[in-house]
Design a protein around this ligand. Structure first.
Ligand code: 5GP
Length: 188
């Protein structure tokens, strides 16, 4: 049988070093907690989970497998993030093939940072008149947040630091680490 891999304390992604920040066990507990809340709130309903690609693909796949309530999942995409700084520039939403009118929609996002991306997404989706629209995000950088929407299902509140792993990338790399790592400024 394959032995589970021990997480490395330090990793290198491209030209940067990162250190272990959130273990996969903690991630698992956090996702389970979110799933239980959604099960409770959506009993008797069939919510449509809208996974925001690319970063949320792992969180969304874990979350749907932990949900007991029947649900559907669809995938949409914005790209606003390049390298390590939020560009503030948000592109068009692509991939919305489901009819979300009169549906209970849960947006599944990896991180809310300044909140720009989510604010735009909420505006865009409200035009399609879903019967409800909520947000599940794995990490929330509260200190960096500049908007005023509420996050209905928030996994972990983290400081304003740059993280990779569990779907999150640095310039396209690092998404596949099962744990989350923070940029190690001592090793730049
Ligand atoms: P916002 O519009 O809230 O400033 O940024 C949201 C998007 O930026 C997230 O969906 C995510 O893709 C990206 N992002 C924000 N913070 C981080 C981070 O620490 N690491 C990575 N890899 N992406 C981040």
């Amino acid at each position: 049988m394959l032995k589970p891999l021990k997480p490395q304390e330090r990793i290198r992604v491209r030209d940067k070093f990162f250190s272990l920040y959130i273990s996969k066990e903690r991630i698992d507990e956090t996702v389970s907690g979110i799933a239980r809340l959604i099960d409770h709130d959506y009993a008797g309903k069939t919510p449509l989970l809208l996974c925001i690609l690319n970063g949320a693909f792992i969180f969304a796949s874990d979350l749907v497998r932990k949900l007991e309530t029947p649900c559907e999942i669809s995938f949409v995409k914005y790209s606003s993030y390049h390298g390590m700084e939020s560009s503030g520039k948000i592109n068009r939403l692509i991939g919305l093939s489901e009819n979300i009118r009169s549906r209970d929609v849960i947006i599944v996002e990896d991180i809310v940072d300044t909140g720009n991306t989510m604010a735009k997404l909420l505006d865009d989706l409200k035009q399609f008149e879903p019967s409800s629209l909520r947000i599940a995000c794995f990490c929330f950088k509260k200190e960096a947040f500049r908007e005023n929407f509420a996050i209905d299902y928030c996994g972990l509140v983290i400081p304003d630091l740059f993280v990779v792993g569990y779907g999150l990338d640095y310039d396209g790399s690092g998404r596949n680490f099962p744990d989350i790592y923070q940029l190690d400024k001592t090793l730049l």
